[in-house]
Ligand binder design. Structure first.
Ligand code: GRF
Length: 221
């Protein structure tokens, strides 16, 4: 029942990335791409990217993790996997813009080329979006454009639909709305509990996030 849909060709046909080409493109040919991760919680998507990098399923290094929540479990994963991390707590800043400015400064220290929001529970502003133009990805646990926003799995589960899924997309100003790189369709079975469905969606998230990151690297960096 499940399938993956790589939507990046349509994105390419729109020539959207050609209008704003990445100026680092030439430079990147001479060295390995460096990914920065933004995460707020559990970190299973972060871990799947780290393992994909270690096994060369993506041609990039996971160079740093930035966390906004000092209690996030993802920090334990970063320690276990030996990935540098920085806690940049949004509560210590007066505005989203100030918070994001320090995030960008930190990514710059690590020469980050591509940023992945892997469970980043913050609305992002133009500052981050424009700095990483077409180089800022998000993973969302629904078949976008359905069930944008929070509690997407729960809302899909409580609806009458039979298929939900997950999506990797470029980040734009409107929440959960940017060009889609890849999606997985995931069935909602009659005997499912919310917990079982959540686990099934996470399983597919880990697969499409790795594929989506490689699509972004191949086509847009
Ligand atoms: C995932 O479901 C992702 O789609 C959403 O937040 C969740 C993060 O899970 N944006 P984890 O922290 O990667 O385990």
């Amino acid at each position: 029942m499940e399938y993956f849909k790589d939507d990046s060709t349509r994105f390419q046909q729109n020539n959207e990335y050609l209008i704003n080409p990445n100026p680092k493109n030439e430079l990147l040919k001479s060295r390995k791409i460096r990914i920065g991760i933004l995460a707020s919680g559990n970190g299973s998507n972060f871990e799947s990217l780290v393992k994909a990098s270690i096994s060369s399923s993506i041609s990039a290094d996971i160079s740093v993790l930035i966390v906004n929540n000092p209690k996030a479990k993802v920090i334990d994963r970063a320690i276990r996997l030996n990935i540098p991390y920085r806690i940049i707590n949004h509560n210590e800043f007066n505005s989203r813009e100030e918070h994001e400015s320090l995030i960008i400064e930190t990514f710059n220290q690590f020469n980050i080329d591509l940023v992945v929001m892997a469970g980043w529970m913050r609305i992002v502003t133009d500052i981050l979006i424009n700095t990483y133009n077409n180089r800022l990805l998000n993973i969302h646990p629904s078949l976008l454009p359905s069930f944008k926003g929070i509690r997407s799995i729960e809302r899909a589960f409580n609806s009458k639909i039979k298929i939900t899924g997950c999506t990797v997309h470029m980040v734009r100003q409107e929440i959960d709305s940017g060009p889609i790189l890849i999606q997985a369709a995931v069935p909602i079975l009659e005997k499912d509990t919310l917990e079982v469905l959540t686990k099934r969606i996470h399983f597919y998230e880990h697969i499409i996030l790795v594929k989506g990151v490689q699509i972004a690297i191949d086509k847009f960096l």
